[in-house]
Design a protein around this ligand. Sequence first.
Ligand code: FMN
Length: 195
Amino acid sequence: MDVLEAIQKRRAIRQYLPDPVNREDILAVLDAANRAPSGLNRQPWEFVVVTGEKIFEMGANYRSTLDEYLSHWDQSPMRDFITREGFTRFAETYGGAPVVIVVLIPIDEKPNFRKADLESASAAMENLLIAATALGLGTCWMTGPLRDESALRRILAIPDDREIVAVTPLGYPEKIPRAPARIDADLTQKVRWVG
Ligand SMILES: Cc1cc2nc3c(=O)[nH]c(=O)nc-3n(C[C@H](O)[C@H](O)[C@H](O)COP(=O)(O)O)c2cc1C
């Protein structure tokens, strides 16, 4: 699969098969992430690869933060992709994915590096997602689990000098949702040509 096809095929996957992911494939998507560009070539990202019972501990924590959100489900944009029950199950189990990857950056080494480090880690995250798609794997960029970041930090023993940027499940998709429509698909509003 070429890179443009992988970009088009990538979807936020919220239901996974229980099939395990090979260590080589996990390392391949992390290698793609590790090849992202970075501000000042700091390569600030680090990855925590979570498997087994810890995923359920993470899921129980995420689910415990969602009552308020779920009580206003009728206003959630997620309704276009998944039912309330489906989303609850996704939160509780990370969709049944056998692997969850957590992306970290350093905290406060020099506060003015934070923006560049966040952008660099986001580039790494996107590389990871695209590489996973190319290998037939699903992912879902998630920041929702940071609602209770301190509990997540405790569960994963994240050191005080590291910030969590985002989380993604990794596994073989059970269900691939349709692609959401593009706002301004023909790029007439979002693009201004100069010169
Ligand atoms: C910064 C960021 C945070 C996100 N957080 C969540 C999340 O917490 N939970 C979730 O189910 N999806 C999350 N998503 C996935 C988006 O909902 C998804 O990308 C969007 O609906 C478009 O669907 P697509 O990825 O299939 O194109 C997040 C995506 C981004 C980029």
